[in-house]
Design a protein around this ligand. Sequence first.
Ligand SMILES: NC(=O)c1ccc[n+]([C@@H]2O[C@H](COP(=O)([O-])OP(=O)(O)OC[C@H]3O[C@@H](n4cnc5c(N)ncnc54)[C@H](OP(=O)(O)O)[C@@H]3O)[C@@H](O)[C@H]2O)c1
Length: 234
Amino acid sequence: MQDTSEQKTALLIGASRGLGFAMVEEYLRRGWRVIATGRAGSMERLLQLAQSSGGALETETVDINSREQVAALRGRLESRRIDLLFVNAGVKNDDGETIADVSTEEFVRVMVTNALSPMRVVEAFSEIVQLSGTIGVMSSGQGSVTNNTNGNYEVYRGSKAALNMFMRSFAARHRDDARTLLLMAPGWVRTDMGGPEARLGIDESIPGLVSTIEAYEGRSGLHYLDYLGRVVPW
Ligand SMILES: NC(=O)c1ccc[n+]([C@@H]2O[C@H](COP(=O)([O-])OP(=O)(O)OC[C@H]3O[C@@H](n4cnc5c(N)ncnc54)[C@H](OP(=O)(O)O)[C@@H]3O)[C@@H](O)[C@H]2O)c1
C-alpha cells in the first residue's frame, strides 16, 4: 500500500453500488486512500473490495437519513483530514409519477434523501475537509431549471433542484471559504437507478466525472458541472 503524506483521502458517502461504487474503484486506481460508506445490509461489495485494496479502502456504514448515524460517523472520523468529501447517495420515485399523483410519503422520501440528507452530511463533515479540499454532491442534469423543457421525472427533478439551491445557500454562507464546492451531473447512466436504456455505461461517466472533480481542485466557489467538465446552466 502506498502511504505517503501526499496520498489524498476521499470520503465517499453512499458507495455500495452504481456510480458511488465506481467512484471508489476509480479513486483507488488513481492512488487515493478512500473511506467509503454503505448502508448496513448493503456492504458486501465494499467489504470485498476493501479486502483486495491493500488497506487503501476503509469502509463505514451510514444511512444519510439518520441524524444519529451521521453524527456517529462524524465522531468516528473526528481525527481524520479529508481532501474530498463526496455525497453520492440518492433515490428516485417511479418515473411516470408526476407531482399530481405522488403520495406525500413518497415525496418526502425523495426530497429528504436527495436534498436534506446530503446537506446534513455536508454540514456535519465540512470542518474535517482540508482548506485546499473539495466538497461535492451528486446532483443531476435533471436539477437544472433552465434545461427543464419536457417536465419528465418531475419529483426527482425538484429534489435535485432543491439540492442545488441548498448548495448555493451553503456557498453563500461560506463565501470566504477556500474549499471547492461541486454539484456534479453524471449523465444518464446504466445503473439500478438509470435503467438498461440509459445512454451511458458507468465507464463512460465516472472516469470523466472524477477527472472533472480533480480539474477543479483549488478553485473555490460553487460549480455545477457534468461528467465531461461542461458547465450546466442553473
Ligand atoms: N444513474 C443515472 O442516470 C443518474 C443520473 C443523474 C444523477 N444520478 C445520481 O447519482 C447518484 C447515484 O445514482 P446511481 O445511478 O448509482 O443509483 P443506484 O444504483 O440506485 O445507487 C444509489 C446509491 O445510493 C445509496 N443510498 C440510497 N439511499 C441512501 C441513504 N438513505 N443513505 C445512504 N445511502 C443511500 C444506495 O445505497 P443502498 O445500496 O444501501 O441502497 C446506493 O449506493 C444518485 O444521487 C442519483 O440521483 C444518477
